[in-house]
Design a protein around this ligand. Structure first.
Ligand code: SF4
Ligand code: SF4
Length: 80
């Protein structure tokens, strides 16, 4: 389905603990906690344990569930 709204998901790597809550909660599997890969086109965010939450914005639908389950309030979502 073609998106009509641009969605930008931002995860603050400085306060993300890598707890994985957002990854588990995402209904469309747009998030992944993995070792950061500079070669990927996906956005990556470093966390303290050396891993990163990766967002596939082609899949993210902007539902906001990940924001609600993040204990660190590390995620912000903007739409244009
Ligand atoms: S906004 Fe919704 S679809 Fe996008 S990453 Fe968060 S939980 Fe997943
Ligand atoms: S829920 Fe928040 S603290 Fe946990 S991995 Fe996701 S962004 Fe990081």
């Amino acid at each position: 389905m073609r998106k009509v709204t641009a969605i930008a998901l931002d995860i603050q790597g400085r306060i993300c603990t890598g707890c994985n809550n957002c990854v588990v909660a995402c209904p469309v599997n747009a998030l992944e906690l993995t070792v950061a890969n500079p070669a990927t086109k996906k956005k990556t965010y470093n966390v303290l344990n050396g891993k990163a939450v990766v967002v596939n914005e082609d899949v993210c639908n902007g539902c906001g569930i990940c924001l609600m389950v993040c204990p660190q309030r590390a995620i912000t979502l903007t739409t244009e």
